[in-house]
Design a binder for this molecule. Structure first.
Ligand code: ADE
Length: 298
């Protein structure tokens, strides 16, 4: 897997040479290249941001600098996007009503038009993007949540390019522009809180993705059994190691008995009970066909 990371603080990613990801790089499973966005500026101050149009606090990252950088990394020539192309694309996917420039959309699920009649492409996935082309990923606190499912899907892609925003974020036209070029652009939040920039969020996503690469982990089974994995994900059961009794606390007896059937049943019950208590939202998402009769009693 080939990974590019663009940031104004590329040093943040020096830690990627440590630990398992460092080993994976040495083994040739992953190549990580970091880039300083300021290398694509042309002014003496190397500025990457400007004041928000329409007013407001903070600074917004400039589209020109990002685009010069991303064009280089993705091997694209600069083009001017024809607003009509947007509308044609929308019409073919959502019907003509969706592009009627009257401020109203066909129904709740249709895309909204912004003040200039331009389709808010940033809110939709790149349906027409090349399935195995590069994926451009921007961490963003106001995007959909990054999940284990996303990590699993992205672990199957050959090339990932991460762009780390700073300040009040990046100009909204950047993801729209690359979607219009047929690039698969994703925006993800890693949680409902605001960080100072995208670097930590990229580190989180990168670790979640790369540990799923075949050959990355010493023990592939540990991935199959862990929390959030699979379509009917539960939190993982509790784990214990030796000694069997420590400071008066004993491990559950069934785990010492050597009966694998009983151990599996115990762990499944523990996972169900733990998930109901800590993450009832995951229980609600469970497919009832995935539960057996014994589960229902729990
Ligand atoms: N940038 C700042 N906060 C973030 C968050 N919670 N997730 C992703 N990117 C971010």
């Amino acid at each position: 897997m080939d990974i590019d990371i663009v940031s104004v603080f590329p040093e943040y990613f020096d830690v990627l040479n440590l630990s398992l990801l460092g080993k994976a790089q040495q083994k040739g499973l992953v190549t990580v290249r970091t880039h300083n966005l300021r290398d694509w500026t042309h002014d003496v101050h190397h500025s990457v941001d400007d004041t928000p149009v329409g007013g407001g606090a903070g600074m917004v990252m400039k589209p020109e600098v990002w685009a010069e950088c991303l064009d280089d990394l993705l091997g694209l020539d600069p083009v001017t996007v024809d607003a009509l192309d947007f509308q044609t694309a929308v019409a073919s996917r959502f019907g003509n009503d969706a592009v009627a420039n009257d401020g109203a959309s066909a129904d709740e699920s249709s895309p909204q038009l912004d003040a200039e009649g331009e389709y808010a492409l940033s809110d939709y996935d790149a349906g027409d993007a090349e399935p195995l082309g590069p994926v451009l990923i921007f961490p963003n606190p106001s995007a959909p949540m990054f999940t284990q499912k996303d990590a699993t899907e992205l672990a199957g892609r050959q090339r990932l390019v991460f762009g780390c925003g700073r300040y009040e974020g990046y100009d909204a036209r950047i993801p729209r522009y690359y979607r219009a070029q047929g690039i698969d652009v994703r925006e993800y939040s890693i949680g409902d809180y605001v960080l100072n920039g995208g670097e930590v969020a990229v580190s989180v996503m990168l670790e979640a993705i790369t540990r799923l690469l075949p050959g990355f982990m010493g023990n592939a089974e540990s991935i199959v059994e862990e929390s959030y994995t699979g379509d009917n994900a539960l939190l993982e059961h509790y784990q214990y190691t030796k000694p069997a009794t420590w400071r008066g606390l004993s491990v559950p007896k069934v785990l010492l008995g050597g009966d694998h059937g009983k151990v599996d049943r115990f762990r499944r019950d523990e996972a169900l009970a733990k998930t109901s208590r800590l993450r009832p939202d995951l229980i609600e998402k469970l497919d009832c066909h995935a539960l057996d009769k014994k589960d229902r009693k729990t």
